[in-house]
Write a protein of this length. Structure first.
Length: 99
């Protein structure tokens, strides 16, 4: 194997080990979300549009998620929010393993 082929193979292996899914969002804002107070408008202003939306048992929910893969390590951050009929946060749950 010549040097050029080896460099291309190493570069491809490096690039294949990196990537992301979802849309990055300001995870630090999650600690300011207050059940019964924070609105959909505030979430969109601070975090942008969610990755996914749905309805379960009559309650609308939004999910923000971002996953990053770097050289064999994976990191994720997620925020799940449900709303009442007026568009105010009813419940929220977040998790992250980013350093």
């Amino acid at each position: 194997m010549n040097l050029k082929a080896l460099i291309i193979m190493v570069l491809f292996t490096f690039l294949a080990g990196c990537g992301h899914t979802g849309k990055d969002f300001n995870y630090r804002y999650a600690k300011y979300i207050k059940n019964g107070e924070t609105t959909k408008i505030e979430l969109i202003r601070e975090l942008g549009k969610p990755n996914r939306k749905g309805v379960t048992n009559g309650s609308e929910w939004w999910i923000y998620e971002y996953n990053s893969y770097r050289l064999g390590k994976s990191y994720s951050k997620d925020l799940q929010v449900t709303f009442d009929e007026q568009g105010v946060v009813k419940t929220n749950n977040s998790s992250s393993n980013f350093p």
